[in-house]
Design a protein around this ligand. Structure first.
Ligand SMILES: Cc1ncc(COP(=O)(O)O)c(C=O)c1O
Length: 367
């Protein structure tokens, strides 16, 4: 319990928002339950869901076939299925950093090694093609990034991705995996460009996505992967051998969410705006804390290096700062777990009164 308040600890650390189930989804699920039994799903997912997902990408200029899509029990499961299928021992995954802390264990479990390619907040986490080119070695099998980025909130634009792909296409052995789970949470003028909408002459492009962030399907364990048909087929074989189809009710919820995507994401974005402004205004008034404006996700990733204990090594001083915030009553993600000590990840997908109180508490530490 924090010393400064009688209220319980407020968590800005969770990766999941406080979203309620979208109405079209609730209705669809209720209707399905009046028409039992539920349909049986093949391992790879219900055909109507895979077709709806394929249409979603086709509408964004991608040529995605139903055969390329595998429905999985969550995005983490999609990531593991893909990584375990395409990676071999000794393979290296190049991860644009800062990035989601979950990747480390996934890559390890898939038997590969992780190498970080650090991007700098001082130039807005830009991906420099020549730095990427220099980082790709003989063992590098996969380039992994999130767009929008968790934790920085950076959205990579179409020209930026085109420049990145001009490099990766020079390395036919290299796969490129984009985790686009936050693609519906964006505050810039342009939609987040999907990797699937770029030409892929060498069959290198892989995408994972899910429903627990941009589509508000919390606790429905729904995700999917998109890969060239041979890779997708190998993933289906593995999912058949190690698990099975995702629960049909979850798939029907995902189908309804896919069909209602624009309405759901617009509402989420509108609902998040006040909290977003509240948090960004607070951070803008801290010295050098906000080197860039996050245009995607519901996170801010402030640079709090000005508040670190200079006597401690970076990782330790980062943990110390997180502990001080916790003592003041606010739980945050230590940026060190994302490859950026001295930064913290703050979620504003929390009730506004909680955020206001969390800001008040953080202000007591950050001065
Ligand atoms: C970048 C990223 N990928 C995947 C996941 C896992 O998503 P899911 O809940 O669908 O398993 C998360 C959750 O925090 C995430 O941030």
């Amino acid at each position: 319990m924090p010393a400064s308040s009688d209220l319980p600890l407020i968590s800005l650390a969770s990766g999941y928002g406080n979203f309620s189930l979208p109405e079209p989804v609730a209705k669809h699920v209720q209707r399905a339950l009046t028409r039992l039994p539920l349909p049986t799903s093949p391992t790879e997912g219900l055909p109507e869901l895979r077709q709806a997902l394929a249409r979603r990408y086709q509408a964004q200029g991608a040529t995605v076939a139903e055969e390329s899509i595998v429905v999985t029990p969550g995005t983490k499961a999609a990531l593991f299925l893909l990584l375990a299928t395409v990676l071999r021992p000794g393979d290296e995954v190049l991860l644009l950093t800062p990035n989601w802390f979950g990747f480390r264990a996934l890559i390890q479990q898939a038997g590969a090694t992780l190498r970080e390619l650090p991007l700098s907040p001082s130039d807005d986490y830009r991906i420099q093609p020549e730095t990427l080119q220099a980082a790709i070695g003989p063992r590098t099998r996969l380039l992994l990034f999130t767009n929008p980025n968790n934790p920085t909130g950076r959205v990579y634009t179409r020209p930026e991705l085109a420049a990145l792909l001009a490099v990766t296409q020079q390395h036919p052995q290299l796969l490129v995996l984009a985790d686009e789970i936050y693609d519906g949470i964006r505050f810039g003028p342009e939609p987040v460009p999907t990797l699937l909408s770029f030409p892929d002459p060498l069959g290198q492009h892989l995408v994972v996505n899910g429903f627990s962030k941009s589509l508000a399907l919390l606790n429905w364990n729904m995700g999917y992967l998109v890969a060239p048909p041979a890779v997708a087929q190998a993933c289906i074989t593995r999912q058949f051998a190690t698990g099975g189809a995702v629960a049909t009710l979850s798939q029907l919820a995902a189908l309804a969410a896919t069909e209602a995507t624009p309405g759901i994401t617009e509402k989420l974005q509108a609902n998040l705006q006040p909290s977003r402004h509240l948090l960004l205004d607070f951070l803008a008034n801290l010295p050098a804390a906000l080197p860039h404006l996050p245009l995607g996700t519901y996170y801010a990733f402030p640079d709090l290096r000005a508040f670190l204990d200079p006597a401690l090594p970076p990782e330790q001083s980062s943990a110390d700062l997180v502990a001080r915030l916790r003592t003041a009553g606010v739980d945050v993600v230590d940026g060190a777990t994302c490859g950026a000590p001295g930064f913290v990840r703050l979620s504003y997908a929390v009730p506004e009164p909680d955020l206001r109180e969390a800001i008040r508490r953080m202000a007591q530490v950050l001065r």
